[in-house]
Structures are given as structure tokens and as C-alpha cells.
Design a protein around this ligand. Sequence first.
Ligand code: GRF
Length: 195
Amino acid sequence: MNTIRIAIFASGTGTNADAISTHFKNHPKIEVALVVTSKHDAGVIKVAEKHGVDYIVLQKQDFQDENLVMEVLEGYEINYCVLAGWLLLIPTYLVKAFEGKMLNIHPALLPKFGGKGMYGKHVHEAVKETGESESGITIHQVNEDFDKGEIIAQIKVKILPDDSADEIERKVRTLELAHYADEIEKLIEAQTIFL
Ligand code: GRF
């Protein structure tokens, strides 16, 4: 059968996109086929270039045009979408088109510290302020609400009382880069019969 083709949706520095692209580089059955970004100057563009992966800039207003977006994804024969630093709400038509095949990573243990506005430093500062003894990552399916889809995996890390928000972020990032690609691979393997 043909390879399974992933689109990474990312608009940040792209460290997760880098780890995912590296993970699947020589994979016999799964490949990163496209990077979708909403910003012309996103760091992830350099990451896509480094890995020789095509990228496309689709901005907020472009997502109102279902035909445009679906034509791009169908043109690249995308089977799975993975969000890695994506701040726009995913429209209903896209959630439906990739039901069960669209993942996001959140840098905290959902359902705590999720929802609109909970991204980047805001998350780790909130974790620090509440005096949590642990944080971690949540990998979840994407639905029409921010950070509310079915949870696929959570990996935890201990927070020490003296850890700053920056230190919490560093610990969580280490987990992201170590685990996201593995979890993506596990989900695809579980859902696919490779012949
Ligand atoms: C990560 O912390 C991820 O959990 C969140 O957005 C950030 C993206 O960082 N969803 P990067 O662009 O992959 O470096």
C-alpha cells in the first residue's frame, strides 16, 4: 500500500515539527508530506526547508474557504494532520474530514490549563502560580473546541517547589520532543493495516 502521509500544522519555532520530521525521515510506511503554517515568517518554514518538506502558508481567512483548504490537503494526499504549535481553531469541515486522524500536543496535563489563551508561557506560568507538583504533555484528538478532544496519551514530569516557569517549560519541552512522534506513530499503526 501507499505510504501514510502526514501534514504538520505549525506556526511557531518548529522544534516539534523538526523532531517529527526527523523521526519519520527513513520510515518505510509513514512520511511527513507537508507543513501548513499560518505565518509567513514562522521558524517552522526553515525546518520544512531543512527536511525538504513542502510548506504552504494558510492564514486565518483562508480557512473560511473549505474548497481551498481541502484541495491543498487532497492534492498532497494527506491522511493525518498533526498540530504542533497551531493557535487557530480548526474549522468543523476539517475536524470532520480528519475525524480520529488529527492530533494536537498541549504542554500541560489537560483538562487543567487548557482552553483559549492557554498557550506557550501562559500555561507554564499558570502551572507555577497554582503550585502544581507535576506537569507534562497531553496528546489528544482535535475537535471543535480548544484542547477538548479525546486524550490519547499523557506523560508527566515532577515539578519542584523552586522550579521557575521557564524551568517547567524546559522540562515539558523535553517530553514533547521525546514523545510526540512516537505517539503519532503508535496511533497510525493502530489504525492502519499495512500490507
Ligand atoms: C509546544 O510547546 C506545543 O506543546 C504547543 O506549541 C509549542 C510549539 O513549539 N502546542 P514549537 O514551535 O514546536 O517549538
